[in-house]
Design a binder for this molecule. Structure first.
Ligand code: URA
Length: 257
């Protein structure tokens, strides 16, 4: 018998003696005489309880692609762009410059990035380059309202510098969705950066101007950027040739009159 058994034994003995003193002699029945249940009680099958599991963020949060696909109108896409911090450049407090024009346009023009005037007005091509662009459009019998105008970037970069690779990468999925919603018959990229970014190439403007392109099944032309024409008026003639070709193809494809 160990010490602790001994202690327990003494405690029980003392307890029983004290009980006998109060209640008189009594005996302790053997387990099978006592009214103890001898078998295990029937087990009650417990219904499995299912607790609602906390959903992990990956199950509740949509991916950017899912959010973009959920946008079926330009208004919905604009709202998504307003909430998208990744579209901002490192210039603070800029306005969203989403795009402007006919949401069902058959011709979509794509520039680089908003400048100061565009940032103030929240509309692409409203400064000096924009005024020249309006004249180019008029020359091929389009009003600004007939076409849709957007940029690669939706916010102004500091000092009007060229968009960098990270900014283009962040902005492209939004622009791609914008193109998918508008479904133009033709795209005209304004300038080398616009053309190379959309086509995913790194070639000269001369090379892009001389070749036929497609972007996801949409025919695509590239010409000079209007701001470049302001600095280099000698490029107006080749630009005129380019945009005449755009108008011709637009009519051949049955673009809206
Ligand atoms: N240049 C661009 O590329 N886009 C504008 O909106 C304005 C100037």
């Amino acid at each position: 018998m160990t010490n602790s058994d001994r202690t327990l034994y003494d405690e029980i003995k003392d307890f029983l003696e004290a009980e006998r003193e109060v209640y008189g002699e009594f005996s302790i029945p053997k387990p099978d005489e006592a009214n103890f249940p001898t078998t295990e009680p029937d087990k009650v099958e417990e219904e499995p309880v299912s607790y609602p599991l906390a959903e992990s963020p990956s199950e509740t949060e949509l991916t950017l692609e899912e959010k973009l696909q959920a946008c079926t109108t330009l208004d919905e896409l604009r709202l998504l762009c307003e909430q998208a911090a990744e579209l901002k450049t490192d210039l603070a407090n800029t306005n969203l410059v989403f795009g402007v024009g006919n949401p069902q346009a058959d011709l979509m023009l794509i520039g680089e990035a908003p400048g100061e005037q565009e940032d103030i007005k929240g509309e692409p091509f409203v400064g000096a380059a924009g005024r020249l662009l309006n004249k180019i459009l008029e020359a091929i019998k389009f009003n600004r309202e007939d076409v849709y105008i957007a940029n690669i970037l939706k916010h102004r970069p500091p000092g009007n510098r060229n968009p960098n690779a990270e900014e283009c990468e962040a902005s492209l999925p939004y622009l791609h969705r914008q193109i998918e919603i508008i479904q133009p018959k033709l795209i005209l990229c304004l300038g080398k950066i616009s053309g190379n970014t959309i086509l995913g190439t790194d070639v000269t403007l001369k090379q892009m101007r001389s070749e036929k392109h497609q972007f996801r099944g949409v025919e695509l032309f590239v010409t000079y950027h209007p701001a470049a024409l302001l600095r280099n008026p000698q490029w107006k003639r080749p630009t005129w040739e380019d945009v005449k070709a755009v108008r011709k193809r637009y009519d051949e494809l049955g673009g809206k009159p």
